[in-house]
Every structure is written in structure tokens, then in C-alpha cells.
Design a protein around this ligand. Structure first.
Ligand SMILES: [Zn+2]
Length: 132
């Protein structure tokens, strides 16, 4: 992934710090071309997700990975997308497609878990997931 595009590494964790990871974003969150997705679907609305979409290799887990029993998995409706939560503090961390060929290799990362980022300063793009 050699690139001269600007990128930035963000530290992130669930609230209780059981699950810690870093996410590299290109462009960085505060770049003029960058935005987070605010979706009105049934799960995003409830959990307040503010998502960015990244390739799996942009995420490095520091404590435990998503396969850990400390991470709860949740699917609904068509069962195509799996959501991940901390089993201790309930923080909504991220989601990904588990259907081959459907957004393969990409995760939706909830930037509310990022350290040192004020979500009020981010550009938001509203997506009408409820209608999809
Ligand atoms: Zn936690």
C-alpha cells in the first residue's frame, strides 16, 4: 500500500480498555476530503455509530482480536454483517461483512472509539441506511 497520500494513525479502544487497537486512515479524519458516515438504519441509530470504512490491514489489534471471547458478535436480518461489541463495557467497536464478495476485506470502524478525537469537529455525511 505504498502511497504518498497523507495518512494518520489513531489510537482507539472500547470504554474499559479491554480491546485496544490502532487504525490508520488516509486521508486523516480532519482532511477536507474526509468525512464520517452517520446512518439512520436500525442498529446505527441505536448505537450512535459514526463510521469510516477501511481495509482490514489498516487495523492493528493491541490486546485481543475480534475472534476473542471477550468480543461479542451480533448479526441480524440478512445475517450478512457482523457487529462487534466489548463484552465488559458494551462499546460498539466496528462491523464487517461476513458474506464472500460483499464488501470483502473492509471494516466499518466506529470513530467514537478513537482517542483524542472530538467527534463534533468531524464532517459528517448522512446515509439513508434505513431505506436500503
Ligand atoms: Zn470494554
Amino acid at each position: 500500500m505504498a502511497s504518498d497520500r497523507p495518512s494518520k494513525k489513531y489510537r482507539a479502544s472500547c470504554h474499559c480498555q479491554l480491546i485496544r487497537y490502532t487504525v490508520t486512515l488516509s486521508p486523516p479524519l480532519h482532511d477536507a476530503d474526509s468525512w464520517v458516515v452517520e446512518c439512520n438504519c436500525s442498529i446505527c441509530a441505536r448505537n450512535g455509530y459514526l463510521n469510516v470504512y477501511v481495509q482490514n490491514e489498516c487495523i492493528e489489534f493491541e490486546t485481543v482480536g475480534l475472534e476473542s471471547e471477550l468480543v461479542e458478535k451480533y448479526r441480524f436480518a440478512k445475517q450478512r454483517v457482523q457487529h462487534y461489541f466489548c463484552t465488559r463495557c458494551g462499546s460498539s467497536l466496528m462491523a464487517e461483512s461476513i458474506e464472500p464478495g460483499f464488501y470483502e476485506g473492509v471494516k466499518a470502524i466506529n470513530v467514537r472509539m478513537f482517542h483524542d478525537v472530538d467527534v463534533h469537529t468531524l464532517q459528517r455525511r448522512q446515509v439513508d441506511g434505513r431505506s436500503l
